[in-house]
Design a protein around this ligand. Structure first.
Ligand SMILES: [Fe+2]
Ligand SMILES: [Fe+2]
Length: 341
């Protein structure tokens, strides 16, 4: 595959022209970076629109037939979710109540606008349809590389705070690290179906540099605003996966209709027999995003310094609905402090 073909596909050129025509300061490299990443819509036929060699994608496979180790299971096994729980997830929005909420929400809107622009994403029924399997995968991969940052940074800072102040953390760190782990599993799953090009890799590097440092500083200043920010970000993630599922159901993504979920996904989500399709995978991931939405909106309602983490707590009255690790009582707008502490 020649470099020129990688950089100048028709859709890419159209997107660059669209960006340029809007008079925005977005470099061609930025737009092409996201476009250049090739996402295979069928794992069994890999076309290389990318400069990446297939071998690079094998991201350190575990060595086989070790003399002492049989298997290395995940530290955070995914909680089971029933079909009705997966299908009951809905788009939701928690109204802004404070200046901190408004700041968080406006930051998310700004980020979403920028990401939509450079990834060529549109979901406006009044405009010609532009999303296909490849574009969805580019968007998923890019977003998941960013989504794994807040949980790890928040968990790390709370860990440091506990050491520095010689105080207990009350159970937040593990949930935040589990959140980051879950997002990374989303990424690893999509990487089994896609092959990002070097421009996309460069974009991911830049985005991680900016976002992780920005989030680190913001979390030091106002962790409450940061959790609200992630809550709103997860509202957008839930929306994105809902639209992708709708596209699949409406026949707009034919290559995914009979596609099986990769093995890594079947194992991680413990997907039951007969529920291992691409659509099932998107349903699982959407439920995870809705769970993150609930977790971060709830954490944003709490006293950051003192309150225990309600998602790992044992309750006086276990029969009463309360937050937990699973999908039994999903609250799209989070739990109010009075309901759980
Ligand atoms: Fe995710
Ligand atoms: Fe998420």
């Amino acid at each position: 595959m020649s470099t020129s073909k990688v950089l100048f596909t028709p859709t890419l050129t159209a997107n660059v022209s669209r960006v340029a025509s809007r008079g925005l300061v977005t470099s061609t490299a930025t737009a092409t970076g996201l476009r250049a990443g090739y996402a295979a819509t069928n794992p069994y036929s890999r076309r290389n629109f990318s400069l990446s060699r297939k071998a690079q994608l094998e991201f350190f496979p575990p060595p086989k037939n070790l003399p002492h180790i049989k298997t290395t299971p995940p530290t955070w096994p995914h909680p089971d979710a029933s079909d009705s729980q997966l299908k009951s997830i809905e788009i939701a929005h928690r109204e802004c109540r404070t200046l901190s909420d408004k700041t968080a929400y406006n930051m998310v809107r700004l980020l979403r606008w920028g990401t939509d622009l450079v990834t060529g994403y549109r979901h406006d029924p009044n405009r010609p349809y532009v999303m296909n399997e490849r574009k969805w995968l580019i968007r998923f991969i890019f977003l998941e590389t960013v989504a794994g940052v807040p949980g790890m940074v928040g968990g790390m800072l709370r860990h440091f705070r506990s050491l520095r102040r010689m105080k207990r953390d009350n159970g937040w760190i593990e949930t935040l690290l589990e959140d980051a782990y879950n997002e990374r599993m989303h990424l690893l799953t999509f990487l089994k179906m896609a092959e990002p090009g070097w421009f996309m890799k460069l974009m991911i590097l830049g985005a991680q540099g900016v976002f992780s440092n920005g989030f680190f500083l913001a979390y030091l200043v106002s962790p409450k605003t940061c959790h609200r920010f992630v809550g709103y970000l997860e509202e957008e993630a839930t929306k994105t996966y809902t639209y992708a599922i709708e596209d699949l159901e409406n026949g707009k993504l034919p290559a995914w209709e009979n596609l099986d979920a990769p093995e890594i996904a079947v194992k991680y989500w413990n997907m039951p027999e007969g529920h291992r399709s691409m659509k099932d995978l998107l349903l699982y991931i959407r439920a995870d995003e809705a769970k993150h939405r609930e977790i971060h909106h709830t954490l944003g309602n709490l006293n950051q310094a003192e309150d225990p983490n309600p998602f790992v707590s044992v309750y006086n009255d276990p029969a009463k609905p309360h937050p937990g690790k699973g999908f039994e009582h999903i609250k799209p707008k989070g739990w109010e402090r009075e309901e759980v502490i």
